[in-house]
Design a protein around this ligand. Structure first.
Ligand code: NAD
Length: 478
């Protein structure tokens, strides 16, 4: 898949290029064009003028039909999307087949459906007027698109996470400029092809490739003619984007990093808790923002839990690589730090040898650690790799204190068979999402997002439609 920009309905690849490396075996996959400031300007200009064209006048039915056409287009090229995502990320193709591509289709379908579930115009009457002496009035509220939306997406779930923002942005009548991660440009380019084939008017969706700081990403988020920024990525990047956005008071929706805790109580179904923690810590080699990196286990079952988790983790195979050599080295540097801080390595802690082409890739062993002080950087900072640290606790309050002692607050899991405990504990965990006896069970209508350094705002269902549109109240004196 040759990566290209898509600007105002035209594919182009002018500008300098950088190499795309496949993380599965380290082979060079091709060259990616790096959008200059001029390319980004062109994309924003095209998005602005598309708002004044037929898209700006499109009805809810037209927009829903466009979203469905895009969903159908992705479905029709399912295998190409799978291959492109697998090539860029090195993930097992089963993952792309069952998670990434179906969810991208689902994102467009869900927002097409939601448009009908929600009247575009919400009416409220106020007769007589609420303030004394103002007489009678009719108030009604219309929702208007924000305008040009910049979408900046990460490499870990490239297609899933970009479409999670593009679909509701388009549903609300906005136009979009997408800047995907420099590590994963291919499915974004395919998506532009699908959108082009679906016949959306030129400039409604635009795509620019390139890096973040002082490059395409920053050119876009600092652009004076961008009306909103929807960003998923690291918390430090969010802070940098917020500084850029401040100059033009551009609204932001942020899905950021995490250091997600799991609380395993002694009354939990131990099989389910071990199974769930293997999934929550090691799915996609820990490169999902929702992955568990801190596991707190009630002392009576601590030893057994660690033994069983270690055995299950050591038996994992067929796992994918880290996204890049740089990211692998970052994960390994945390393993070093953990050892220096006195960790016991229950299993893993290094890089595997396969004896085939995967040895050129960027794999890291699934790793379970114990024995670290809570002050260790390996316990406090997001590693974003296949690793969790397991520590014991004695009381419910202590478990909550440990879970909440973090700058992050994205997602958590609670494992218990005590219904009262589940209801008591869940609201007290300082995360935007709490899963009880499960992990990553998703309903696209529910609010998704984090507290503290894990994000600003919520996405999903109505929450996305609220962010990507502006309520405007009209008051008519009667
Ligand atoms: P990243 O922050 O390094 O990059 C994300 C995107 O931002 C990329 O497209 C990058 O080019 C761009 N970017 C970087 N600096 C920029 C700048 N100064 N201005 C504008 N754009 C800039 O994140 P990543 O390494 O790609 O992804 C991993 C991170 O994403 C992890 O922290 C993970 O927790 C987080 N994440 C969060 C969620 C969530 O829903 N909360 C989901 C997935 C990933």
């Amino acid at each position: 898949m040759k990566a290209e920009h898509y600007v105002g309905g035209v594919f182009r690849s002018d500008g300098p290029v950088f190499p795309l490396i496949g993380p599965g075996d380290g082979a060079e996959l091709g060259a990616v064009p790096e959008a200059t400031r001029e390319v980004v300007d062109d994309a924003v200009t095209a998005a602005r003028s598309a708002l004044r064209g037929p898209w700006g006048a499109a009805s809810v039915e037209d927009r829903a039909a466009a979203l469905r056409a895009v969903a159908d287009g992705i479905q029709a090229r399912f295998d190409e999307f799978v291959d492109a995502e697998v090539a860029d990320t090195g993930r097992p193709s089963e993952f792309a087949r069952t998670v990434d591509v179906p969810r991208a289709v689902g994102n467009f379908r869900a927002y097409a459906d939601l448009l009908y579930g929600r009247p575009e115009r919400a009416y409220t009457t106020q007769v007589p007027g609420w303030s004394a002496g103002t007489g009678q009035a009719l108030n009604y509220t219309v929702r208007r698109p924000l305008g040009v939306v910049a979408v900046i997406s990460p490499w870990n779930l490239p297609l899933l996470l970009s479409t999670w923002k593009i679909a509701p942005a388009l549903a609300c009548g906005n136009t979009v400029v997408l800047k995907p991660s420099e590590e994963t440009p291919s499915t974004a380019t395919l998506l532009a092809r699908v959108i082009d084939d679906a016949g959306l008017p030129d400039g409604v969706f635009n795509l620019v490739h390139g890096h973040g700081p002082d490059a395409a990403g920053a050119f876009l988020t600092g652009h004076p003619d961008v009306d909103a920024i929807a960003f998923t990525g690291e918390s430090a990047t969010g802070a940098a984007i917020m500084r850029d956005a401040a100059d033009h008071v551009t609204p932001v929706s942020f899905e950021l990093g995490g250091k997600n805790p799991a609380l395993v109580f002694a009354d939990a179904d131990l099989d389910a808790a071990v199974d769930g923690t293997v999934r929550s810590s090691f799915t996609h080699s820990g490169q999902i923002c929702l992955c568990t990196e801190r596991v707190y286990v009630e002392r009576p079952i601590f030893e057994e839990f660690v033994t069983r988790l270690g055995e299950r983790t050591a038996a994992l195979d067929g796992y994918g690589p880290m996204i890049s050599a740089e990211h692998r080295d970052k994960v390994l540097s945390y393993f070093r730090l953990a050892r220096e801080d006195g960790a016991t390595v229950v299993t893993g802690g290094g890089t595997p040898t396969f004896g085939d082409e995967r040895d050129g890739g960027f794999h890291v062993e699934p790793t379970v650690l114990t024995g670290l002080p809570e002050t260790s950087r390996a316990v406090r900072e997001e590693i974003f790799g296949p690793v969790c640290h397991v520590a014991p606790f004695d009381t419910e309050d202590e478990a909550l204190a440990l879970a909440n002692d973090s700058p992050y607050g994205l997602a958590s899991t609670v494992w218990t068979r005590d219904l009262s405990r589940a209801h008591r504990v869940a609201p007290r965990v300082e995360t935007g999402i709490v899963w009880v006896n499960c992990w990553n069970l998703r309903d696209l209508r529910t609010p998704f997002g984090g507290v503290k350094a894990s994000g600003i705002g919520r996405e999903g269902g109505e929450y996305s439609l609220d962010f990507f549109s502006e309520p405007v109240n009209v008051c008519i004196q009667i």
